[in-house]
Design a protein around this ligand. Sequence first.
Ligand code: ZN
Length: 163
Amino acid sequence: MTEILEPAADLDDDSPLALLFAMVDELDTCSEAEQREEAELTAAHHVYNHYGSTLGQALDPDDWSGKVAVTANRLEASATAWLDGGLWLHHTLHISENDGARDVLTLIVPCTCGRGYVDYELANEEDLISLIAGLRRTGGRVSHEGDEDECASIPDPHALTKK
Ligand SMILES: [Zn+2]
């Protein structure tokens, strides 16, 4: 087993290394805050431009909560918006060499069994309206499919936590 060295705790506050540590820490924090903010803005712009009659009016730009990219899992920065009743919107950009950046907006709806969620990638505003119309009849839940103990939905897809 590799021995893990204790961090040098007795650095002089003004030493070059201590200063470098502090700079890197600050850069990290800055870029994370920027990433979150940019993810929130991108999501807000997308719904404003493409869902102007629905989400653009129902959501404030402040409703979006940005998440930093997880490079290890190749996840781009994203933003989620809590809609109430257990429903969420998730927005991210899919980036590929051929298509460049593509907005991906997903409606996340809880299953009636309460064990998981179903993701609906929204194609456009008509798509959203027909989904919402259906959900209005089912109280904002997707009816459970499959066995009683097994849910066809995805358990906790984004490890979402209420802000
Ligand atoms: Zn279920």
